[in-house]
Design a protein around this ligand. Structure first.
Ligand code: AMP
Ligand code: ZN
Length: 153
């Protein structure tokens, strides 16, 4: 839809991203300015400005993917904490006006108040994160099937 929207361009393959997972409804890629290593963005394929105007089935799908990614970080990769955050509106800190949910593993702690310090994602860090997640990514599809959001094979 919105031609100039960076997340639409990523969804169409017109702009680069380190993709972690994708399906009919959602797309997950690495945030280029991570709060901590493994900071992910779960986006809808379709363009909606924010969570409040995405259809409930899309919200359910995107949050189910986010929760499954949090499960991988917590239960398998040993992250002591994970933040799942969505910003709706400039006043809430939204900068990209295409619905997305942040999944931020917290290796060092700091709680939700420490969400503003960022670093620049390097190619090396991106490869490491993709390598960490890849063996476990089937958990995402399984969660969607369990939730009845996609059909089983
Ligand atoms: P928000 O404040 O929730 O709108 O967050 C937008 C997020 O998108 C920020 O964390 C940015 O670092 C991230 N971001 C912006 N452009 C890109 C991009 N091209 N690829 C990956 N992440 C991006
Ligand atoms: Zn868009």
């Amino acid at each position: 839809m919105a031609r100039e929207c960076i997340f639409c361009r990523i969804a169409k393959g017109e702009a680069p991203a380190y993709k972690v997972y994708e399906d009919e409804v959602s797309l997950v890629f690495l945030d280029i300015f991570p709060v901590e290593k493994g900071h992910l963005l779960v986006t809808s394929r379709e363009h909606y400005e924010a969570v409040h105007n995405a259809p409930p089935r899309v919200v359910a799908h995107v949050f189910t993917v986010a929760a499954a990614l949090a499960k991988i970080y917590r239960d398998i990769l040993g992250a002591p904490g994970v933040n799942i955050v969505t910003n709706s509106g400039r006043a809430a800190g939204q900068e990209v006006f295409h619905f997305h949910v942040h999944v931020i593993p917290r290796w060092r702690g700091g709680g939700w108040r420490r969400l503003v310090e960022r670093h620049v994602l390097t190619e090396e860090e991106a490869r490491e994160v993709l390598g960490m997640l890849k063996p476990h990514i089937g958990i995402v599809r399984k969660a969607l099937i369990d939730a009845g959001l996609v059909g089983g094979e």
